[in-house]
Design a protein around this ligand. Structure first.
Ligand code: 5GP
Length: 186
């Protein structure tokens, strides 16, 4: 979508998870994380922009010290490269050596993005490295990635809301929904 174009009409087929359901589940997962990192605290790393809503909701429910940092990625498709290749467009502000790192994702789909990010982060010498995702779609997985914390498993449909976009729209929906027209589906 080029800047200045009107947003696509809101075309929601059905709501998968309401704001209340998400809120309740985020509290449960935050409790798991607080227990797991109780002794040393945790550093949450968010992947811009999709995970921002989830990360901030999660962080507010943690009962342990938490540091927060962000990175962003861009698709990287030189001729002949494999699909799903990404590069870091904005790197972390701080080093992570010796830290307990929780990579916070909006959705783990094929797993390619998460695997790439885990490889990059592992090379920086953290004390531990784990993944927490709002949504998990294991039915489309191409590579195995260890997902330690997940809020919801979802069906094989394109979803928007709570940070997830369709051409940069719908991120601000307070719920997660299936889009009626799935021309955004890869
Ligand atoms: P993966 O590398 O695991 O295939 O894809 C991860 C990224 O693909 C997510 O961070 C997200 O940006 C995008 N993605 C995958 N499935 C969906 C979906 O159903 N809706 C939206 N909005 N983005 C998705």
């Amino acid at each position: 979508m080029t800047p200045g174009q009107p947003p696509p009409p809101l075309s929601i087929e059905r709501v998968l998870f309401t704001a209340e359901q998400i809120d309740a589940r985020v509290r449960e997962v935050a409790a798991e994380i607080s227990e797991r990192y109780a002794t040393r605290g945790v550093t949450l790393i968010g992947v811009l922009k999709g995970s921002v809503f989830f990360l901030t909701a999660l962080a507010r429910q943690l009962s342990i010290p938490a540091r927060i940092d962000f990175l962003s990625i861009a698709s990287f498709n030189p001729r002949g490269s494999r699909p799903g290749m990404v590069r870091i467009a904005k790197d972390l502000d701080e080093p992570i050596e010796g830290e307990d790192i929780l990579l916070v994702e909006d959705i783990v789909d094929t797993g390619l993005t998460s695997r790439y990010l885990l490889q990059i982060l592992a090379g920086r010498g953290p004390n531990s490295l784990a993944i927490c995702t709002l949504l998990d779609r294991t039915s489309r997985r191409l590579v195995q990635v260890p997902v330690q914390h997940r809020c919801f498993e979802i069906p094989d449909r394109f979803v928007v809301g709570y940070g997830l976009d369709y051409r940069q729209h719908y991120r601000n929906l307070p719920y997660i929904a299936v889009l009626r027209h799935e021309d955004g589906w890869k």
